[in-house]
Design a protein around this ligand. Structure first.
Ligand SMILES: [Cu+2]
Length: 125
């Protein structure tokens, strides 16, 4: 099939125009279910919040910050972990695939009291 150059250019222009109009809509368009963005603050020897509730099958974006030093977030039941460095946002993205109650804990030794730095991640319907 032969397409005249002019027609191709015109088609490209229409696509470009259409995409720029969509962008002006502001902030992008998300299809499907919304992401669950949850901010978690870590400090000696706690997480805030220390109970995190998410929905099964919906993408989760955990945004960790530390107020003092390096901590960790380790949730073995869901096979997820991240380091939590002070002064930056440490993201952990996952899609919960099973319902339940999953304990998490700090896995970077952060002093006397470190063993009590724990929380619970609840995956619900
Ligand atoms: Cu810690």
């Amino acid at each position: 099939m032969k397409i005249p150059n002019g027609a191709l250019l015109f088609a490209c222009a229409v696509v470009l125009l259409a995409s720029s109009v969509v962008d002006l809509g502001g902030g992008g368009i998300s299809l499907g279910q919304e992401e669950q963005v949850i901010k978690v603050v870590a400090k000696r020897f706690e997480y805030s919040p220390n109970t995190i509730t998410v929905k099964i099958g919906v993408p989760v974006d955990l945004e960790f910050t530390s107020l003092d030093r390096l901590h960790g977030f380790n949730c073995p039941g869901l096979s997820i972990r991240t380091d939590i460095y002070p002064g930056k946002v440490n993201r952990l993205q996952f899609v919960p695939q099973k319902k339940g109650t999953f304990p998490f804990h700090c896995d970077n030794f952060c002093g006397s009291g470190h063993e009590g730095m724990t929380g619970t991640l609840l995956v619900t319907d």
